[in-house]
Design a protein around this ligand. Sequence first.
Ligand SMILES: C[S@@+](CC[C@H](N)C(=O)[O-])C[C@H]1O[C@@H](n2cnc3c(N)ncnc32)[C@H](O)[C@@H]1O
Length: 181
Amino acid sequence: MYKTYELAHILIKEHVKDNDLVVDATCGNGFDTLFLSKLVPNGKVLAYDIQETAIRNSKALTKDCNNIEFFLTSFENINVSNCSCVMFNLGYLPNGDKNITTTKDQTINAISNLVNSFDVNPDMVIFIIAYPGHDNGFIESNAIDEYIKTLDSKLYLATTFKPVNQVNAPYLITINKKKNR
Ligand SMILES: C[S@@+](CC[C@H](N)C(=O)[O-])C[C@H]1O[C@@H](n2cnc3c(N)ncnc32)[C@H](O)[C@@H]1O
C-alpha cells in the first residue's frame, strides 16, 4: 500500500490544477516542494520553513524550478488568497536537528489561521502528514485530532486516513470547506 506521503501526493495531484497557487508549509529537504512545483508549471509554490538548512536544501533540490518562492519563517505567517492546497509534512528535518520540530501550539495556530481563511480560499484543501511515533509528534497529532473534531460539521469536512492495526504510524489529515450543492 501507499506510504503516507504518497497518499498525500496522489490526493493533491487529483485536486491541484497546473496554474494553481499552492503552499508547502514545511519545505524541509524539498521533496514535497519539488513535487508541488512540477504539478503547477503555470502556477506558483510558496515554500516555508524555519530552518536555513531546510531552505538551502530545498533550493538545491529545486534549482531547475522557476516557480517557487521561499520564506524563512514559521508557517503561522502563511497569508494567502486563491490558494488551492497547503501541505504540512510535520516533524523534524530528516538528517537534521531532531530538536527542531513542529510543535502543537504553532501547528494548531497555523491550521486555524488557514481554516479562518476559507472565505478567501474556498477551494483550498489542507493536507497534513502527522507523525505520532515520536514524543513531540504524539502530543502534536493528538492535539490536531482534537482540534479538527471541533470544526463546524456544516461548514467543513475534516478527514483522517489512519492505519488502524499499527502503533503510532504516520497518518494523513485533510481539511476542506464543504460546497453547497
Ligand atoms: C518532516 S520535515 C518536512 C519534509 C519536507 N516536506 C520534505 O519533503 O523534505 C519538517 C520540517 O518542518 C520544519 N518546521 C518546524 N517548525 C516549523 C514552523 N513553525 N514553520 C515552518 N516549518 C517548520 C522543520 O524545520 C522541518 O524542516
